[in-house]
Design a protein around this ligand. Structure first.
Ligand code: PMP
Length: 338
């Protein structure tokens, strides 16, 4: 079997990053860990018994996260990033195909295909809204419907009533909430009513731990029990788990940074309202074919193939990075558009 080259596909516009480039291409947090938290992480790491295997469930992070979310930890599975959990989910459900709603996060389709499913695309409409009627009209043989809210790369959220309409069919639904903190809106509470719902979350965005690779899935206890059967025994290493614990213990810093990103997102959107779609995430989709110009001016953004070939996705950076972006974009609009 010939497998798609995911590393190449996920690398985006250009594979490498140049030294000194402003990175606004991968929806990461632009903030490094504050020094005092780095010290705390290092202090805790030095006490780990690295000669021992980690706890199979990721304890004590799993319990700590449960307490933070106000959920029983039996409703949580930790993963080596939420990407890993997506691959587990594709092994969990029986069916011939999965449904995705592009443009959306490419990993659902890529790993769905690798797992042997056909991938049915029900594209978002011209306003980037779900075509819920089309999704629900034919769910025969569907193993799972993958939704993303806020959606990467469009930035809009899945309306709760549309989600419920799909859940009511009984088909498994994976709701990826990787960016939910920036929207301040979640549907995770629906796991109590719908055991066909799995919500995915990550420490890679608002928590600023993309390099540590920590994600989690939330679902009804029975669903999580099944997911735990698929999970590799030691999927989450002790080092990453410890870093995530430190961030949870210092959540005030995370919260403050979310506020700053949301403020900066709105500032950039205000500057380019004519071109930037509204966003509830830490990035903005812009109707400008400016990736190459920005790249030439030291700013990396994400460009796409069809149907978004004339658009860019810009991750919100630190204030000074955004100032630079705004300045370069103003020049682009003067030079290229007039
Ligand atoms: N879901 C979405 C929608 C994403 O955009 C990303 C990262 N680009 C992920 C999941 C992957 O997150 P993680 O780093 O936890 O694997």
């Amino acid at each position: 079997m010939k497998v798609r080259n995911t590393i190449k596909e996920m690398a985006g516009y250009r594979a490498g990053r140049e030294e000194g480039q402003i990175r606004m291409d991968k929806n990461e947090s632009p903030f490094a860990l504050p020094e005092e938290l780095k010290d705390e992480v290092i202090g805790r790491l030095s006490k780990l018994e690295l000669n021992r295997y980690p706890d199979q469930l990721g304890e004590p992070l799993r319990s700590k996260l449960g307490a933070h979310l106000g959920l029983s930890s039996d409703k949580l599975v930790l993963g080596n990033g939420s990407d890993e959990l997506i691959t587990y989910i594709t092994q969990l459900f029986r069916g011939d195909r999965i449904v995705i709603a592009p443009p959306t996060f490419s990993v659902y389709g890529i790993y769905g295909e690798i797992a042997g499913y056909d991938v049915t695309e029900v594209p978002l409409d011209g306003s980037f809204e779900l075509q819920t009627g089309k999704i629900t009209e034919d769910l025969d043989g569907v193993a799972a419907v993958f939704l993303c809210s806020p959606n990467n790369p469009t930035g809009n959220v899945v309306p709760r009533d549309e989600l419920i309409r799909i859940l009511e069919t009984g088909t498994p639904v994976v709701l990826d909430e990787a960016y939910w903190e920036f929207a301040g809106e979640t549907n995770v509470d629906l796991i109590d009513e719908y055991d066909n719902l799995i919500v995915l979350r990550t420490f890679s965005k608002a928590f600023g731990l993309a390099g540590a690779r920590v994600g989690y899935a939330v679902g009804a206890e029975d669903t999580i029990e099944e997911l735990l059967k698929v999970k590799l025994p030691y999927n989450l290493n002790s080092l990453s788990r410890t870093a995530a614990e430190v961030l949870l213990d210092n959540y005030g810093i995370v919260e403050e940074r979310i506020g700053r990103i949301v403020e900066e997102r709105e500032r950039i959107r205000g500057e380019f309202e004519e071109y930037a779609f509204p966003s509830r995430a830490n990035f903005l989709l812009m109707d400008l074919d400016a990736a190459e110009y920005l790249e030439d001016n030291g700013i990396g953004v994400r460009a796409f193939g069809p149907p978004l070939e004339d658009k860019i996705r810009v991750t919100v950076g630190r204030k000074e990075e955004n100032d630079e972006f705004i300045e370069v974009m103003r020049r682009y609009l003067e030079d290229e558009i007039d």
